[in-house]
Write a new protein. Structure first.
Length: 235
């Protein structure tokens, strides 16, 4: 989807921009196999990507390339608005290395990819990373054939009750003393204002992805003292 020639072509176009220009987001569209710079400034493409003939999209975040790549809530809304591959790269100076991550339905997780993946905020992408909701979504897609809707989420939102605020209608709450069933979501408290979740996979194990490590299987009983909600997904 993005090879060395693409990287060189995009980099050359960015290097032609001034340092002040690079403080803005830049939108590229792949048309007839070639990447073209089509818009500058996020306000120009806030309503979605609609470039005639575009095969894929790529936009920059004006952030140093050595900083974590964090898809914003707007980025996730864009992912939901188009059926084309969409990528992001951090780029704020001419010394940066272009190293984008793409999201698209063609980038499919495998059973093996559910474990030991590294953490990156947002859904599963071409870098093989994702967050705690991403590994839940991917488990359901692989094991139940069920696809959660894309739920945009903000990494910088101070209210960390993501599952409480977004899962009404998608799940029903189970009593704490209910027997665990495969596919149940275990939502636990994290700190004073936050939630983390995993999916029960049987044999007393929960698949989850903590922010400070890789995705893994852990015994459910280790998390039950911090249990906030027990959810059954409505499919």
């Amino acid at each position: 989807m993005f090879n060395d020639a693409d990287r060189q072509h995009v980099t050359m176009q960015l290097m032609a921009r001034s340092a002040d220009d690079l403080k803005n987001e830049h939108l590229f569209a792949k048309i007839n196999g070639t990447w073209h710079l089509v818009k500058v400034g996020s306000e120009e493409f806030v309503d979605g990507y609609m470039i005639e003939g575009a095969e894929a999209y790529l936009h920059t975040h004006p952030i140093p390339s050595n900083e974590p790549l964090v898809p914003s809530m707007l980025d996730m809304q864009m992912f939901a608005s188009s059926d084309k591959p969409q990528g992001i790269m951090n780029y704020c100076s001419h010394n940066d290395v272009v190293n984008p991550v793409f999201w698209h339905s063609s980038i499919q997780p495998t059973e093996e990819s559910l474990l030991s993946r590294h953490y990156r905020w947002g859904d599963y992408g071409s870098d093989g990373k994702g967050d705690c909701f991403a590994v839940i979504m991917d488990w359901f897609k692989i094991n139940k054939g069920y696809e959660f809707p894309i739920i945009p989420r903000d990494f910088y939102d101070k209210n960390g009750y993501y599952y409480t605020l977004n899962f009404e209608g998608l799940c029903k709450i189970k009593p704490f003393d209910s027997p665990l069933e495969i596919g149940d979501l275990i939502v636990i408290r994290v700190g004073r204002q936050g939630e983390h979740a995993g999916v029960y996979v049987g044999d007393g194990l929960m698949l989850h992805h903590p922010m400070n490590g890789v995705s893994r299987l852990t015994p459910v009983h280790a998390s039950m003292e911090r249990l906030h909600m027990l959810l059954k997904v409505i499919m």
